[in-house]
Design a binder for this molecule. Structure first.
Ligand code: PLP
Length: 377
């Protein structure tokens, strides 16, 4: 089976982990790897502060909490995302307001944002989906006009660029995930980055149970334990050195797939806007009707041929749990583009360790499946 994604871990990761174990610096408040990882990733993105967390989900949750966004507030977000983005809003008691995707990049449609801004809106959360950055200038402009925070969900976009600026380094806060299939990984882990020292300090306080400053066990805020362990950070420090190489590998994989699939009819491919550097976290295809078989059939057939794929996200407005909570019941909450992507989209094996032969096999198999259908028509 060709897996959809596997991490690449090397000697340095191993050495760093051994160092943690030998020095007994394994927890979330011990050891030097945590501050080093925070410093290096925030610097890489051109930001002053990093706050490492236990996951991308908790980085997002902490970002909203650190901005003191809560009950009575609304947060605008990309509808087409991992549910973690929306959960960060909902678990803080605020209301998520999803915005549909635009057709080319599948990112938040910046033309639809302003009409959803209300007196309750506190922040915009653009998600750089599958490694392509959102069109940040118009988003930042709307945020300035209405005095909103911008929290970038860069969980899929380490190393991606918007007009030369690193994804995650443009808004007030950028959030990363280092889950096992992300562009760099710590197994589980996340980080928020910011230029704002007050936000960073509040996030660090809340991350660590909001221990009292004067009297340790006297707490003045509702904190969390969202700490990253030193072992995870040790892996992260080693992974970060390879980030640019991983991003180039992803771009190579994208180019490889595109060049061999582009002549098959009924496939829509990821794009790279002139202002963007896409890091193609996962190489996606949208299976149009002309392909002959639908997305689910294609996934099943590929699986039988030993090729693992995964369907694209189902947008937030269609999530049963949110509908049960009474959200997104109106016609204007529909997100037709994102809904279509959720029905028709999949991603191919995209791990940085894929060989050319594996990718060739994937392409030939897809080609054969499309042809077979044509032949039996
Ligand atoms: C992976 C992901 C997350 C969640 O990160 P975890 O580390 O798995 O908690 C959040 N947002 C997006 C867009 C993601 O892809």
């Amino acid at each position: 089976m060709i897996p959809v994604c596997e991490p690449e871990l090397g000697e340095e990761e191993l050495r760093n982990v051994i160092e943690c174990i030998k020095s007994k610096a394994i927890s979330g408040i011990a050891g030097e790897f945590i501050p080093e990882f925070e410093l290096k990733l925030s610097e890489y993105c051109g930001k002053r502060h990093g706050v490492a967390t236990s996951s991308g989900t908790t980085a997002l949750h902490l970002a909203i909490a650190a901005l003191e966004i809560g009950p009575g507030d609304e947060v605008i977000l990309s509808a087409f995302t991992n549910i973690a983005t929306a959960l960060a809003i909902v678990h803080n008691g605020a209301i998520p307001v999803p915005i549909d995707s635009e057709r080319e990049t599948w990112n938040i449609d910046v033309n639809l944002i302003e009409r959803k801004v209300s007196s309750k809106t506190k922040a915009i959360m653009p998600v750089h989906i599958y490694g392509h950055p959102c069109d940040m200038d118009p988003i930042m402009e709307i945020a300035r006009k209405y005095k909103l925070y911008v929290i970038e969900d860069a969980a899929e976009a380490h190393g991606a660029e918007y007009k030369g600026a690193k994804a995650g380094g443009i808004g007030d806060i950028g959030c990363f995930s280092f889950y096992g299939n992300k562009i760099i990984t710590t197994g589980e882990g996340g980080m928020l980055i910011t230029d704002n020292g007050d936000i960073a300090e509040r996030a660090k306080l809340l991350r660590n149970l909001a221990f009292g400053k004067k009297t340790r066990f006297q707490h003045h805020y509702l904190g969390f334990n969202y700490r990253m362990t030193n072992i995870e950070a040790a892996i992260g420090v080693a992974q970060l050195k390879k980030l640019d190489y991983f991003a180039e590998r992803k771009r190579y994989i994208a180019n490889f797939y595109y060049s061999r699939l582009k002549d098959i009819s009924g496939l829509t491919f990821p794009v790279e806007k002139p202002w963007a550097k896409n890091v193609y976290w996962m190489y996606c295809l949208v299976i149009e009707d002309e392909f002959g078989i639908n997305r689910d059939e294609l996934m099943e057939k590929l699986f039988k041929k030993g090729i693992e794929t995964r369907s694209m996200f189902i947008p937030m407005n269609q999530q049963p749990i949110f509908q049960k909570l009474g959200l997104f019941k109106n016609k204007e909450d529909r997100c037709p583009v994102a809904e279509e992507l959720g029905r028709k989209g999949l991603y191919l094996p995209s791990g940085v360790g894929l060989t050319d032969d594996q990718m060739k096999y994937v392409c030939e198999t897809i080609k054969a499946l499309s042809k077979r259908k044509v032949a039996t028509k």
